[in-house]
Design a binder for this molecule. Structure first.
Ligand code: NAD
Length: 361
Protein backbone atom coordinates (compact mmCIF):
# COMPACT_ATOMS: atom_id res chain seq x y z
CA UNK A 1 0.00 0.00 0.00
CA UNK A 2 0.97 3.65 -0.37
CA UNK A 3 0.44 6.12 2.45
CA UNK A 4 0.97 9.87 2.45
CA UNK A 5 3.74 11.21 4.64
CA UNK A 6 1.63 13.53 6.82
CA UNK A 7 -1.02 11.06 8.05
CA UNK A 8 1.71 8.47 8.61
CA UNK A 9 3.63 10.87 10.87
CA UNK A 10 0.43 11.69 12.78
CA UNK A 11 -0.46 8.01 13.24
CA UNK A 12 3.02 7.09 14.49
CA UNK A 13 3.08 10.13 16.80
CA UNK A 14 -0.31 9.06 18.21
CA UNK A 15 1.04 5.54 18.80
CA UNK A 16 4.02 6.81 20.81
CA UNK A 17 1.86 9.31 22.71
CA UNK A 18 -0.56 6.50 23.62
CA UNK A 19 2.43 4.33 24.61
CA UNK A 20 3.55 6.94 27.16
CA UNK A 21 5.72 9.55 25.40
CA UNK A 22 5.08 13.27 25.71
CA UNK A 23 3.76 14.93 22.56
CA UNK A 24 7.08 16.53 21.52
CA UNK A 25 9.01 13.27 21.84
CA UNK A 26 6.27 11.24 20.13
CA UNK A 27 6.28 13.74 17.25
CA UNK A 28 10.06 13.65 16.97
CA UNK A 29 10.18 9.84 16.86
CA UNK A 30 7.43 9.80 14.22
CA UNK A 31 9.08 12.51 12.12
CA UNK A 32 12.48 10.83 12.18
CA UNK A 33 11.16 7.33 11.47
CA UNK A 34 8.95 8.53 8.62
CA UNK A 35 11.88 10.69 7.48
CA UNK A 36 13.92 7.50 7.01
CA UNK A 37 11.11 6.14 4.80
CA UNK A 38 11.11 9.40 2.85
CA UNK A 39 14.87 9.02 2.32
CA UNK A 40 14.27 5.50 0.98
CA UNK A 41 15.70 3.72 4.05
CA UNK A 42 12.59 1.74 4.93
CA UNK A 43 14.80 -0.43 7.15
CA UNK A 44 15.03 2.49 9.59
CA UNK A 45 11.52 3.78 9.09
CA UNK A 46 8.15 3.02 10.60
CA UNK A 47 8.81 -0.74 10.32
CA UNK A 48 10.60 -0.16 13.65
CA UNK A 49 7.44 1.00 15.46
CA UNK A 50 6.48 -2.42 16.96
CA UNK A 51 10.04 -2.96 18.23
CA UNK A 52 10.31 0.56 19.67
CA UNK A 53 6.97 0.20 21.48
CA UNK A 54 7.98 -3.22 22.83
CA UNK A 55 11.27 -1.73 24.02
CA UNK A 56 9.44 1.14 25.76
CA UNK A 57 6.97 -1.21 27.41
CA UNK A 58 9.79 -3.54 28.46
CA UNK A 59 11.72 -0.56 29.93
CA UNK A 60 14.66 -1.21 27.58
CA UNK A 61 14.30 2.33 26.23
CA UNK A 62 13.06 5.24 28.34
CA UNK A 63 10.85 8.20 27.50
CA UNK A 64 11.71 11.83 28.38
CA UNK A 65 15.45 11.42 28.96
CA UNK A 66 18.13 14.10 28.72
CA UNK A 67 21.91 13.83 28.47
CA UNK A 68 24.08 13.34 31.55
CA UNK A 69 27.52 14.93 31.18
CA UNK A 70 30.32 12.52 32.08
CA UNK A 71 33.23 14.69 30.91
CA UNK A 72 33.20 18.25 29.58
CA UNK A 73 36.45 19.50 28.10
CA UNK A 74 35.00 22.34 26.04
CA UNK A 75 35.90 21.13 22.55
CA UNK A 76 35.27 17.56 23.65
CA UNK A 77 32.61 15.96 25.78
CA UNK A 78 31.38 12.56 26.79
CA UNK A 79 27.64 12.30 27.43
CA UNK A 80 25.31 9.51 28.53
CA UNK A 81 21.93 9.10 26.84
CA UNK A 82 20.56 7.07 29.79
CA UNK A 83 18.85 4.66 27.36
CA UNK A 84 16.52 7.45 26.23
CA UNK A 85 14.97 7.34 22.77
CA UNK A 86 17.70 7.86 20.17
CA UNK A 87 15.43 10.42 18.52
CA UNK A 88 15.69 12.50 21.71
CA UNK A 89 19.23 11.99 23.00
CA UNK A 90 20.77 11.77 19.48
CA UNK A 91 19.65 15.27 18.42
CA UNK A 92 20.68 16.63 21.86
CA UNK A 93 24.22 15.25 21.43
CA UNK A 94 24.38 16.64 17.87
CA UNK A 95 23.18 20.07 19.05
CA UNK A 96 25.94 20.01 21.68
CA UNK A 97 28.58 19.11 19.06
CA UNK A 98 27.43 21.86 16.70
CA UNK A 99 27.42 24.45 19.49
CA UNK A 100 30.92 23.45 20.65
CA UNK A 101 32.36 23.42 17.10
CA UNK A 102 30.81 26.85 16.52
CA UNK A 103 32.78 28.05 19.55
CA UNK A 104 36.07 26.16 19.12
CA UNK A 105 36.18 25.27 15.40
CA UNK A 106 36.12 21.56 16.18
CA UNK A 107 34.30 19.31 18.63
CA UNK A 108 34.44 15.64 19.51
CA UNK A 109 31.38 14.24 21.24
CA UNK A 110 31.11 10.71 22.61
CA UNK A 111 27.54 9.58 23.20
CA UNK A 112 26.99 6.41 25.22
CA UNK A 113 23.85 4.43 26.05
CA UNK A 114 21.50 5.94 23.47
CA UNK A 115 18.34 4.17 22.38
CA UNK A 116 18.25 3.27 18.67
CA UNK A 117 19.52 6.35 16.81
CA UNK A 118 17.69 5.40 13.62
CA UNK A 119 19.03 6.66 10.29
CA UNK A 120 22.43 8.10 11.20
CA UNK A 121 22.36 10.31 8.08
CA UNK A 122 19.98 12.63 9.97
CA UNK A 123 22.88 13.80 12.15
CA UNK A 124 25.41 14.88 9.46
CA UNK A 125 22.47 16.51 7.65
CA UNK A 126 21.80 18.62 10.76
CA UNK A 127 25.50 19.51 11.10
CA UNK A 128 25.80 20.34 7.39
CA UNK A 129 22.79 22.66 7.66
CA UNK A 130 24.81 24.48 10.38
CA UNK A 131 27.83 24.79 8.03
CA UNK A 132 29.79 21.94 9.60
CA UNK A 133 31.59 18.89 8.30
CA UNK A 134 30.89 15.90 10.56
CA UNK A 135 31.96 12.29 10.96
CA UNK A 136 29.95 9.79 13.01
CA UNK A 137 31.07 6.30 13.98
CA UNK A 138 28.34 4.20 15.57
CA UNK A 139 27.96 0.76 17.17
CA UNK A 140 25.22 -1.15 18.92
CA UNK A 141 26.06 -2.68 22.31
CA UNK A 142 24.26 -5.98 22.86
CA UNK A 143 23.59 -6.54 19.17
CA UNK A 144 25.91 -9.15 17.71
CA UNK A 145 24.67 -9.68 14.15
CA UNK A 146 27.64 -9.57 11.79
CA UNK A 147 30.44 -12.09 11.20
CA UNK A 148 33.96 -10.65 10.89
CA UNK A 149 35.89 -11.27 7.65
CA UNK A 150 37.12 -14.85 7.69
CA UNK A 151 34.68 -15.95 10.45
CA UNK A 152 31.12 -17.27 10.69
CA UNK A 153 30.27 -16.43 14.31
CA UNK A 154 28.61 -13.08 15.01
CA UNK A 155 30.93 -10.54 16.53
CA UNK A 156 30.04 -7.04 15.24
CA UNK A 157 26.89 -4.95 15.28
CA UNK A 158 25.88 -3.42 11.94
CA UNK A 159 28.06 -0.47 13.08
CA UNK A 160 27.22 2.37 10.68
CA UNK A 161 29.44 5.24 9.56
CA UNK A 162 28.17 8.62 8.37
CA UNK A 163 30.08 11.61 6.98
CA UNK A 164 28.54 14.89 5.90
CA UNK A 165 29.90 17.93 4.05
CA UNK A 166 28.02 21.20 3.60
CA UNK A 167 28.09 22.68 0.09
CA UNK A 168 27.24 26.38 0.32
CA UNK A 169 24.11 27.20 -1.65
CA UNK A 170 23.60 23.56 -2.61
CA UNK A 171 22.56 20.29 -1.06
CA UNK A 172 25.14 18.64 1.27
CA UNK A 173 27.04 15.46 0.51
CA UNK A 174 25.94 12.79 2.98
CA UNK A 175 27.55 9.35 3.09
CA UNK A 176 25.69 7.04 5.47
CA UNK A 177 25.87 3.26 5.53
CA UNK A 178 26.06 0.20 7.75
CA UNK A 179 29.35 -1.71 7.68
CA UNK A 180 27.32 -4.89 7.20
CA UNK A 181 26.55 -5.69 3.56
CA UNK A 182 22.99 -4.59 4.36
CA UNK A 183 21.56 -2.97 7.49
CA UNK A 184 19.70 -5.44 9.74
CA UNK A 185 16.50 -3.55 9.02
CA UNK A 186 16.84 -4.49 5.34
CA UNK A 187 16.59 -8.14 6.40
CA UNK A 188 13.52 -7.09 8.43
CA UNK A 189 12.04 -5.43 5.33
CA UNK A 190 12.80 -8.55 3.23
CA UNK A 191 11.23 -10.74 5.92
CA UNK A 192 8.03 -8.70 5.84
CA UNK A 193 7.67 -9.09 2.07
CA UNK A 194 9.63 -6.00 1.00
CA UNK A 195 12.74 -5.77 -1.17
CA UNK A 196 14.73 -9.05 -1.27
CA UNK A 197 18.29 -9.18 0.10
CA UNK A 198 21.27 -9.25 -2.28
CA UNK A 199 23.00 -12.61 -2.79
CA UNK A 200 25.51 -13.42 -0.07
CA UNK A 201 24.30 -10.78 2.40
CA UNK A 202 24.18 -13.48 5.09
CA UNK A 203 26.28 -16.46 6.11
CA UNK A 204 25.13 -19.78 7.58
CA UNK A 205 27.04 -21.40 10.49
CA UNK A 206 28.67 -23.82 8.02
CA UNK A 207 29.99 -20.94 5.90
CA UNK A 208 27.35 -21.20 3.13
CA UNK A 209 26.30 -17.77 1.82
CA UNK A 210 22.59 -16.93 1.97
CA UNK A 211 20.06 -14.22 1.16
CA UNK A 212 17.22 -15.81 3.17
CA UNK A 213 16.20 -13.61 6.17
CA UNK A 214 15.54 -16.81 8.14
CA UNK A 215 19.32 -17.19 8.39
CA UNK A 216 19.11 -14.18 10.74
CA UNK A 217 15.67 -14.60 12.34
CA UNK A 218 14.99 -18.36 12.25
CA UNK A 219 11.32 -19.31 11.84
CA UNK A 220 9.15 -16.42 13.07
CA UNK A 221 5.74 -17.46 14.52
CA UNK A 222 2.80 -15.55 12.94
CA UNK A 223 2.27 -12.20 14.67
CA UNK A 224 5.66 -12.29 16.45
CA UNK A 225 8.21 -9.49 16.00
CA UNK A 226 11.23 -10.99 14.14
CA UNK A 227 14.12 -11.29 16.58
CA UNK A 228 17.59 -11.36 15.02
CA UNK A 229 18.91 -13.25 18.08
CA UNK A 230 16.87 -16.28 17.03
CA UNK A 231 18.66 -17.18 13.78
CA UNK A 232 21.69 -19.43 13.55
CA UNK A 233 23.56 -17.41 10.90
CA UNK A 234 24.96 -13.90 10.59
CA UNK A 235 25.07 -10.84 8.36
CA UNK A 236 28.33 -10.28 6.47
CA UNK A 237 30.40 -7.12 6.35
CA UNK A 238 30.69 -5.20 3.07
CA UNK A 239 33.99 -4.99 1.22
CA UNK A 240 35.58 -8.14 2.62
CA UNK A 241 38.47 -7.30 5.04
CA UNK A 242 38.01 -3.53 4.56
CA UNK A 243 34.42 -3.33 5.78
CA UNK A 244 35.28 -5.78 8.54
CA UNK A 245 38.16 -3.51 9.66
CA UNK A 246 35.88 -0.46 9.61
CA UNK A 247 33.28 -2.34 11.68
CA UNK A 248 35.98 -3.21 14.24
CA UNK A 249 36.97 0.49 14.47
CA UNK A 250 33.31 1.48 14.99
CA UNK A 251 32.98 -1.07 17.80
CA UNK A 252 36.21 0.13 19.44
CA UNK A 253 35.60 3.88 19.06
CA UNK A 254 31.80 4.15 19.40
CA UNK A 255 31.57 1.24 21.85
CA UNK A 256 34.79 0.95 23.90
CA UNK A 257 36.09 4.56 23.69
CA UNK A 258 32.74 6.19 24.57
CA UNK A 259 32.09 3.66 27.36
CA UNK A 260 28.85 2.57 25.68
CA UNK A 261 30.15 -0.98 25.35
CA UNK A 262 30.97 -3.08 22.29
CA UNK A 263 28.46 -5.44 20.69
CA UNK A 264 29.58 -8.31 22.96
CA UNK A 265 30.55 -10.68 24.40
CA UNK A 266 27.66 -11.80 26.50
CA UNK A 267 24.22 -10.25 26.95
CA UNK A 268 24.29 -6.45 27.31
CA UNK A 269 21.48 -3.88 27.27
CA UNK A 270 20.87 -2.73 23.68
CA UNK A 271 22.29 0.76 23.11
CA UNK A 272 23.80 2.83 20.36
CA UNK A 273 27.18 4.43 21.01
CA UNK A 274 28.29 7.27 18.72
CA UNK A 275 31.62 9.07 18.42
CA UNK A 276 31.14 12.27 16.42
CA UNK A 277 33.62 14.84 15.14
CA UNK A 278 32.39 18.27 14.02
CA UNK A 279 34.40 20.85 12.05
CA UNK A 280 33.00 24.33 11.51
CA UNK A 281 33.97 25.26 7.95
CA UNK A 282 34.12 29.01 8.64
CA UNK A 283 36.82 28.49 11.30
CA UNK A 284 39.04 26.74 8.76
CA UNK A 285 38.30 28.77 5.63
CA UNK A 286 37.68 32.51 5.48
CA UNK A 287 37.30 32.51 1.67
CA UNK A 288 35.24 30.18 -0.50
CA UNK A 289 38.24 28.15 -1.79
CA UNK A 290 37.04 24.93 -0.16
CA UNK A 291 33.51 25.29 -1.58
CA UNK A 292 34.89 26.10 -5.05
CA UNK A 293 37.24 23.11 -5.14
CA UNK A 294 34.54 20.85 -3.70
CA UNK A 295 31.93 21.86 -6.30
CA UNK A 296 34.41 21.58 -9.15
CA UNK A 297 35.59 18.16 -8.02
CA UNK A 298 32.08 16.79 -7.46
CA UNK A 299 31.12 17.90 -10.99
CA UNK A 300 34.26 16.19 -12.28
CA UNK A 301 33.40 12.95 -10.46
CA UNK A 302 29.81 13.04 -11.70
CA UNK A 303 31.11 13.67 -15.19
CA UNK A 304 32.65 10.19 -15.36
CA UNK A 305 31.11 8.35 -18.32
CA UNK A 306 28.30 6.03 -17.12
CA UNK A 307 29.25 2.36 -16.91
CA UNK A 308 25.85 1.35 -18.30
CA UNK A 309 23.83 3.01 -21.01
CA UNK A 310 21.39 5.47 -19.46
CA UNK A 311 23.25 5.21 -16.15
CA UNK A 312 24.67 8.10 -14.17
CA UNK A 313 27.22 8.77 -11.45
CA UNK A 314 25.62 9.99 -8.22
CA UNK A 315 27.27 11.36 -5.09
CA UNK A 316 26.23 10.15 -1.64
CA UNK A 317 23.05 11.85 -0.49
CA UNK A 318 21.61 12.22 -3.99
CA UNK A 319 19.62 8.94 -3.97
CA UNK A 320 18.02 9.91 -0.64
CA UNK A 321 17.09 13.40 -1.91
CA UNK A 322 15.50 12.02 -5.06
CA UNK A 323 13.53 9.40 -3.15
CA UNK A 324 12.44 12.05 -0.63
CA UNK A 325 11.08 14.31 -3.39
CA UNK A 326 9.26 11.39 -5.03
CA UNK A 327 7.76 10.02 -1.82
CA UNK A 328 6.67 13.45 -0.61
CA UNK A 329 4.81 13.85 -3.88
CA UNK A 330 3.47 10.32 -4.32
CA UNK A 331 3.40 8.81 -0.82
CA UNK A 332 5.42 6.13 0.97
CA UNK A 333 5.11 2.50 -0.15
CA UNK A 334 4.70 0.00 2.70
CA UNK A 335 4.51 -3.78 2.53
CA UNK A 336 1.19 -5.28 3.68
CA UNK A 337 2.98 -6.94 6.58
CA UNK A 338 4.63 -3.71 7.75
CA UNK A 339 1.23 -1.94 7.66
CA UNK A 340 -0.48 -4.82 9.52
CA UNK A 341 2.24 -4.74 12.20
CA UNK A 342 1.77 -0.99 12.73
CA UNK A 343 -2.00 -1.35 12.99
CA UNK A 344 -1.58 -4.22 15.50
CA UNK A 345 0.73 -2.02 17.59
CA UNK A 346 -1.70 0.92 17.33
CA UNK A 347 -4.52 -1.31 18.63
CA UNK A 348 -2.30 -2.66 21.41
CA UNK A 349 -1.62 0.85 22.74
CA UNK A 350 -5.34 1.66 22.55
CA UNK A 351 -5.90 3.73 19.39
CA UNK A 352 -9.52 3.55 18.27
CA UNK A 353 -10.73 1.76 15.14
CA UNK A 354 -12.13 5.11 13.94
CA UNK A 355 -8.69 6.64 14.17
CA UNK A 356 -7.14 3.77 12.19
CA UNK A 357 -9.87 3.87 9.53
CA UNK A 358 -9.28 7.59 9.09
CA UNK A 359 -5.59 6.98 8.33
CA UNK A 360 -6.25 4.02 6.04
CA UNK A 361 -8.67 6.17 4.03
P1 NAD B 1 22.98 1.73 1.74
O1 NAD B 1 23.69 0.47 1.43
O2 NAD B 1 21.67 2.00 1.07
O3 NAD B 1 24.00 2.93 1.42
C1 NAD B 1 23.54 4.25 1.59
C2 NAD B 1 24.66 5.21 1.23
O4 NAD B 1 25.12 4.99 -0.10
C3 NAD B 1 24.10 6.63 1.21
O5 NAD B 1 25.10 7.53 1.59
C4 NAD B 1 23.70 6.82 -0.25
O6 NAD B 1 23.62 8.19 -0.61
C5 NAD B 1 24.81 6.11 -0.95
N1 NAD B 1 24.41 5.61 -2.25
C6 NAD B 1 23.42 4.74 -2.51
N2 NAD B 1 23.32 4.51 -3.85
C7 NAD B 1 24.30 5.25 -4.43
C8 NAD B 1 24.72 5.44 -5.79
N3 NAD B 1 24.12 4.82 -6.80
N4 NAD B 1 25.76 6.27 -6.03
C9 NAD B 1 26.38 6.90 -5.00
N5 NAD B 1 26.02 6.77 -3.70
C10 NAD B 1 25.00 5.94 -3.42
O7 NAD B 1 22.74 1.90 3.32
P2 NAD B 1 22.69 0.75 4.44
O8 NAD B 1 24.04 0.25 4.73
O9 NAD B 1 21.64 -0.23 4.07
O10 NAD B 1 22.18 1.60 5.69
C11 NAD B 1 20.84 2.05 5.74
C12 NAD B 1 20.62 2.92 6.92
O11 NAD B 1 20.73 2.17 8.11
C13 NAD B 1 21.58 4.09 7.12
O12 NAD B 1 20.82 5.27 7.22
C14 NAD B 1 22.29 3.80 8.44
O13 NAD B 1 22.60 4.94 9.21
C15 NAD B 1 21.25 2.98 9.14
N6 NAD B 1 21.79 2.15 10.22
C16 NAD B 1 21.58 2.51 11.50
C17 NAD B 1 22.04 1.72 12.53
C18 NAD B 1 21.83 2.09 13.96
O14 NAD B 1 22.31 1.39 14.83
N7 NAD B 1 21.14 3.14 14.29
C19 NAD B 1 22.74 0.54 12.25
C20 NAD B 1 22.95 0.21 10.92
C21 NAD B 1 22.48 1.02 9.91
Amino acid sequence: MIIRHEPLVRLVADIFAAAGCQAAEAGRIATMLAGANLAGHDSHGIIRVPRYVEALQGDRVKAAQTLTTIVDGGAFALVDGNYGFGQTVGPLAVALGIERARRHGVAVIGLRHAGHLGRIGDYPETAAAAGQVSIHLVNVAGSELVAPFGGVDRRFSTAPVAIGLPVPGEEPIILDFATSLVAEGKALVAHSGGKALPAGALIEPDGTLSSDPRTLYGEVPPGAVPDPRKGAGALRTFGEHKGSGLALMCELLAGAFTGSGCSGPGPRPLANGMLSIYMAVDHFHSDDGFARELRQYVDYVKGSRPATSGGEVLVPGEPERRTRAKRLAEGIPLSDQAWKDILATARRVGLSEDRLRAVAN
